[in-house]
Design a protein around this ligand. Structure first.
Ligand code: GLP
Length: 242
């Protein structure tokens, strides 16, 4: 794993955006794996600025998002589809037919999960996957006691995740209890991974990601086995590292 410790959130966002932009410049038809949450917002902003300066062209890019809340329609302002549209896609020249976010509402979840995996495979696999990290070490919505073999599937959210994500909802009761998430196997099949973290609340999860025992209790610990992971941290998130 490559570790980059930068001064602050802005530096982290710039670094991440420049890795993604280089990927797209080198391979215009790149397949990007994207994440939501607060952490990558600055990266998306930087990418939009790069697009506005004509430094990057997204017209041939395809994207696959990591996860979506189960039970939320695309139009719901808390859905990850809505987040992606309003924080990134509507500002760039991506073809909206090339945008993929797991379906939050479905008559046949199993079938939809299988077809999500198939679509990723048919696109040629994810060239670069962006990850944030939960305070409990979750990646995507792969919660502690994860099955490392799983592909895209329906997950039950951890108590800690529900609490932590309540800040985006009017009340904790509104936070969905389930989500559709790429599995660890899906994530590990990406050719390259960048994991972003800022703030002291992530310091322990980051320590465990890098130095913890590889175990289903800390889903992110499995990243130790991937051959091309870059972790970009601000000083606060790197606090527990030597
Ligand atoms: C959410 C998402 C993850 C994200 C994580 C951290 O629940 N499912 O993909 O990385 O939690 O979120 P944040 O960046 O807001 O701290």
């Amino acid at each position: 794993m490559e570790l980059l410790v930068v001064k602050n959130y802005e530096e982290m966002s710039k670094k991440a955006a420049s890795i993604i932009a280089s990927q797209v410049v080198i391979k215009p038809q790149s397949i990007l794996g994207l994440a939501t949450g607060d952490t990558p917002l600055g990266m998306y902003k930087e990418l939009v600025e790069k697009y506005n300066r004509n430094e990057v062209d997204f017209s041939k890019v395809k994207t696959f998002n990591l996860d979506e809340y189960y039970g939320l329609e695309k139009e719901n302002s808390q859905s990850y589809y809505y987040y992606m549209m309003n924080n990134f896609f509507k500002f760039i020249n991506i073809d909206k037919n090339n945008v993929n976010v797991p379906k939050g509402t479905s008559d046949d979840v199993e079938e939809d999960c299988l077809s999500y995996e198939k679509k990723i495979k048919e696109a040629g696999g994810i060239d670069i996957q962006v990850l944030g990290i939960g305070v409990n070490g979750h990646i995507g919505f792969n919660e502690p006691n994860v099955n490392f073999e799983a592909q895209t599937h329906l997950v039950e959210l951890d108590e800690k995740t529900i609490k932590s994500n309540a800040r985006f909802f009017n009340s904790i009761d509104e936070v969905p209890k389930k989500a559709i998430s790429m599995g660890i196997k899906t994530i590990l099949q990406s050719k390259k991974i960048i994991l972003l973290a800022t703030g002291e609340s992530k310091a322990e999860a980051i320590y465990n990601t890098l130095y913890g025992k590889i175990s289903p209790e800390i889903p992110s610990s499995i990243l130790q086995l991937h051959q091309d992971v870059t972790i970009i941290l601000d000083e606060e998130a790197a606090k527990k590292l030597k």
